[in-house]
Design a binder for this molecule. Structure first.
Ligand code: SF4
Length: 250
């Protein structure tokens, strides 16, 4: 990922200033104006992510976005990445797992280690998602995410802007859609005809995908289920909707 000159900021003042900007386009405009190429949107093609890309385009400023390819994603995710780049005329920067790390993990625990235990699921996510994401963040001062408070119990206190420790240093994490609901996101996508993954459309039996990750680890949810219930469904007996891959909650 291309980086540019590191500039010193008064981070506490930046967090306070940016937390006061509630409109998503205004916040993105201010972030891109202040941090330029040291800021980027991290998106894997979720509904919030494509919304963020459209909002970033509306700022009229150049913007960067990156995605992590775990090498286990649905074919429709790769198509969406192509569609987004064609529509908005930017290059989505792709980060993949280190082949040696994947090889070591598979030799030790097998291809489907995530079924065995939560710790092995987290190890797989660490190798396939978290480490590539950390490489993406290495050239950034600002990480823009599509996190929303309505997504799970673990995310309900997500701040709009906060400093986080990544790779042994602090970076600013910005969530412009933090107060949006899932319905707000759908309304935006429909109103502005934003490209999205067709797998998010409801299935004939009423089930749907509220988010999409790796094949096998992501399943649709039924109307009565929490939004994270489709992730690593075999762990749901714990009654916990706070399951995370480790990128946002470590
Ligand atoms: S979602 Fe599943 S396959 Fe993908 S990285 Fe995590 S455990 Fe591995």
């Amino acid at each position: 990922m291309e980086s540019s000159t590191v500039v010193t900021h008064d981070w506490a003042a930046e967090v306070e200033r940016l937390n006061g900007i509630t409109d998503a386009v205004d916040l993105l405009t201010e972030v891109f104006r202040t941090f330029g190429k040291r800021a980027a949107i991290g998106t894997s093609g979720q509904l919030s992510g494509v919304t963020l890309v459209d909002l970033a385009y509306r700022t009229g400023l150049p913007f960067r976005a990156f995605a992590v390819d775990t090498l286990r994603l649905h074919p429709s995710t790769y198509k969406l990445w192509d569609d987004l780049q064609k529509r908005y005329g930017f290059e989505l920067e792709i980060f993949r797992p280190d082949p040696e790390h994947v090889d070591k993990m598979v030799r030790q625990h097998g291809e489907y280690l995530f079924f065995d235990s939560q710790s092995k699921q987290e190890y797989c996510c660490e190798v396939r998602k978290v480490r590539p994401n950390d490489r993406a963040l290495a050239s950034l001062d600002v990480w823009i995410t599509g996190l929303r408070r309505d997504q799970s119990s673990a995310r309900k206190t997500t701040p709009r802007c906060t400093m986080v420790e990544e790779g042994g240093r602090s970076i600013l994490k910005v969530a412009p859609l933090v107060e949006w609901s899932e319905e707000d996101v759908w309304n935006y996508i429909r109103e502005f005809d934003v490209p999205y993954d067709a797998m998010f459309d409801p299935l004939p039996n009423g089930a749907r995908y509220p988010s999409l990750g790796c094949i096998i680890c992501t399943t649709p949810i039924l109307p009565h289920e929490p939004l994270r219930a489709g992730r690593w469904r075999w762990f749901n007996a714990k009654g916990d909707d706070a399951k995370e891959c480790g990128i946002h909650v470590r």
